[in-house]
Ligand binder design. Structure first.
Ligand SMILES: Cc1ncc(COP(=O)(O)O)c(C=O)c1O
Length: 327
């Protein structure tokens, strides 16, 4: 592990760059629909997970849970690892990241470059293996601090108090639907609550890979939408005011992400494509006057070695995705 600088009493300026991301209209002319997308990929480490990292580590520091010799340890698919490594580096703490061996090389390099230790586990992509491993390590060494993104209520609370209100302010009028994918479920639960509180009739919808439609009661199988759907329904999602779920095929997510690159100049990852497919379907169902909001979760650069940048990987033309399933 690279030695991190000692924890600093000074503020970490990079933390001021987190959040307050722009929300932009995206006009899909052939479909005759305008969607609203919050640009979470513009957070400084490149994903929505910067918010969680800042919130949890600042809270832990304030409550005295982080000591000068603490090591922040988390199991993540990559984005949380990069975010924790960035915030940890800026605050002067050591960070160790447990990541599935299937996560992209770009993510590994960024984590190491930010000075964190990377511990890869082979689990066939199932996170519960890594989560158990982190709990074992923390039980054996009191220096480990676990942010516990999958169960930490601060995860959803931060979205309820920052991301959600930002969306409400930026739209400035009624929101008819909010749709996005889930990893921990923190974004859907937190933003969903904030939006429902202001607009009780807004539909809060979960995007999930068609190959792993757990909310629709189907069995887990492999999919290409990195960053979402880790093979189980996360605890935080059970607290989300969900009105239904929308299944998106990996191939359709890849096609849409590439369309976002080429037609809109937005260099975002595969899950952003999936979110837009789900949002388009929602807008078609609700009609052209509906305000449908979704998220562009992370940057394309961390997918160079994945199917997103492999032009021979499966793409489809506009195969309709199945209708939303009521929860
Ligand atoms: C790449 C990526 N990271 C994170 C999230 C949100 O994750 P969480 O449910 O953990 O808040 C999403 C949601 O679509 C995502 O696509």
């Amino acid at each position: 592990m690279h030695p991190a600088a000692a924890p600093s009493a000074l503020p970490a300026p990079v933390l001021n760059l987190i959040g307050n991301t722009p929300l932009i209209p995206l006009c899909f002319a052939p479909e005759g629909v305008t969607l609203h997308a919050k640009c979470e990929f513009l957070n400084p480490s490149g994903s929505i997970k910067d918010r969680l990292a800042k919130m949890v580590l600042m809270d832990a520091k304030q409550r005295g849970l982080l000591k000068p010799d603490s090591i922040i340890l988390e199991c993540t698919s990559g984005n949380t690892g990069i975010a924790l490594s960035m915030v940890g580096a800026a605050m002067g703490y050591r960070v160790a990241i447990l990541m599935s061996a299937s996560a992209s090389e770009e993510r590994r390099r960024l984590i190491r470059r930010l000075g964190a230790e990377l511990i890869l586990f082979d689990s066939g992509g199932m996170y519960q293996t890594g989560i158990k491993l982190s709990q074992q390590m923390a039980a054996e060494d009191p220096r480990y601090f676990l942010p516990r993104q999958f169960e930490n209520p601060l995860n959803a609370e931060d979205h309820e108090h920052t991301t959600g209100p930002e969306i409400l302010r930026q739209i400035g009028g009624p929101i008819h639907a909010f749709v996005t994918g889930f990893g921990t479920g923190g974004t859907l639960a937190g933003c969903g609550k904030a939006i429902k509180k202001r607009w009780p009739n807004a539909r809060i919808l979960a995007m999930e890979p068609a190959e792993q439609a757990l909310l629709a009661g189907e069995c887990p199988c492999c999919h290409f939408i990195e960053g979402v759907a880790d093979g189980f329904v996360p605890a935080l999602l059970r607290d989300a005011p969900l009105d239904g779920s929308i299944k998106v095929r990996s191939a359709d997510a890849l096609t849409m992400a590439r369309r976002l690159h080429r037609e809109f100049g937005l260099l975002v990852g595969t899950s952003s494509g999936a979110n837009l497919v789900a949002a388009l379907q929602t807008a078609r169902e609700l009609g052209p006057q509906a305000t449908v909001v979704t998220l562009l979760c992370d940057r394309a650069e961390r997918y160079f070695s994945t199917a997103l940048f492999d032009d021979k990987s499966p793409t489809t033309t506009a195969t309709p995705t199945p209708p939303a399933t009521a929860k």
